[in-house]
Each structure stands twice: as C-alpha cells, then as structure tokens.
Ligand binder design. Structure first.
Ligand code: IMP
Length: 181
C-alpha cells in the first residue's frame, strides 16, 4: 500500500512534557517513598523515551524492566487482541511495580498487562500513562497517573510511532493527512 502523505502538527512541546514529568515524579515519589525497590516496567516500544526521562526524575531505588505487548502493526486502528511478545526478565512477586505506558487508547493493552502482572502477586502495582484518550475507551481502565488527556487524534513523537517512524521527535505531534479534502 503506498504511504499516504502527512504532516505533523505540534500538540505538546518538549518543555511541557518535561514540566509534567517533574510534577508526576513527585507524586510517584510520595506514593513509593517507603519502597526498598521499585520495579519500573516500560511497555515497549512506545514508552522508551518516557521511561528514560521518568526514572531520571525519580529519587528512589529503581530497577528497570520491559514488557512488549502486540500493538497496531502499521495501521492506525486498534486491535482488541493483545499478545505478550516479550515478557519481563525479573520476578515481581512481593515487589512494588510501576507500569509505564505511552498512551491509553481503548484500554485493552493496559487491562491485559495488569491482569497478567497481578497474577504474579506484586506487593503494589500502579500505572502511569503519558497520554490518555478517554473518548476512545472500550474498557474501564484508567492509569493511576496521566500526563495529558488528549482528543481522539493519532499522535507521534517522544517515543510514539506511526508505522515505526517519528519516535525520535522530541515533542508530541498530531498526524494530519494532506490528501484529505
Ligand atoms: P489500547 O490497547 O487501545 O489502549 O492501545 C494502546 C497502544 O496503542 C499504545 O500503547 C500505543 O502503542 C498505541 N496507540 C494508541 N493510540 C496511538 C496513537 O495515537 N499513536 C500511536 N500509537 C497509538
């Protein structure tokens, strides 16, 4: 299929993202201030930039692990079927765990991942999402902390891709197709 032409309009600047992460990390610190070790679990691949910035703001003993769930492939439509493509390296039983997601859209990914991780009996399991599109929700999932609520737009940048492109943009931008009337 030929690639449709598009441009990217900035929606959330790098500066706003950094300021929000600073505020969120304070709240996370307050929640986990008594932890002996916080396992921060990044959902690949979209959260890799967010988790990198977030852990550097956290003045806590942290361990970083990653989990990959199936995503959209090269389409902008969400799939309801969630599969685990790469599991955690470490054990989380009896541990404090923070799951880091890029976007909660329909909520199926996070619902599935939390169900799986809860079955391993962590001590505390919390979630943070950089972005939330509440109008797209098909589950009652809500992250414990959210960076920004956004409208139903397809976004890229700051780790988030469109067909594997644009992850390296320092800001969040919205995709606007230029062949639309
Ligand atoms: P959900 O299971 O529908 O909540 O989808 C979550 C996943 O879909 C996110 O982790 C993203 O990888 C992907 N996703 C949702 N919205 C967007 C978007 O606007 N741009 C790029 N990926 C998205």
């Amino acid at each position: 299929m030929p690639e449709r032409p598009y441009v990217i309009d900035e929606m959330i600047s790098a500066k706003r993202i950094a300021a929000r992460i600073e505020a969120l990390s304070q709240e996370i610190h307050d929640e986990f201030s008594d932890t002996d070790k916080l396992v921060v679990v990044g959902l690949l691949r979209g959260s890799f930039v967010f988790i990198a910035d977030l852990v550097r703001e956290l003045d806590l003993p942290v361990e970083v692990d990653f989990l990959e769930a199936s995503s959209y492939g090269n389409s902008t439509e969400s799939s309801r079927e969630v599969r685990i493509l790469k599991d955690l390296r470490g054990e989380i039983e009896g541990r404090d765990v923070l799951v880091v997601e890029d976007i909660v859209d329909t909520g199926h990914t996070l619902t599935h991942v939390l169900h799986l991780l809860n079955s391993r009996h962590p001590k505390r399991l919390k979630t943070i999402a950089l972005l939330d599109k509440p109008s797209r929700r098909e589950t009652n999932m809500r992250a414990d902390w959210t960076g920004f609520e956004i409208p139903d737009e397809f976004v890229v940048g700051y780790g988030i891709d469109f067909a594997q492109r644009n992850r390296n943009l320092p800001f969040i931008g919205k995709v606007r197709f230029t062949d639309e009337a």
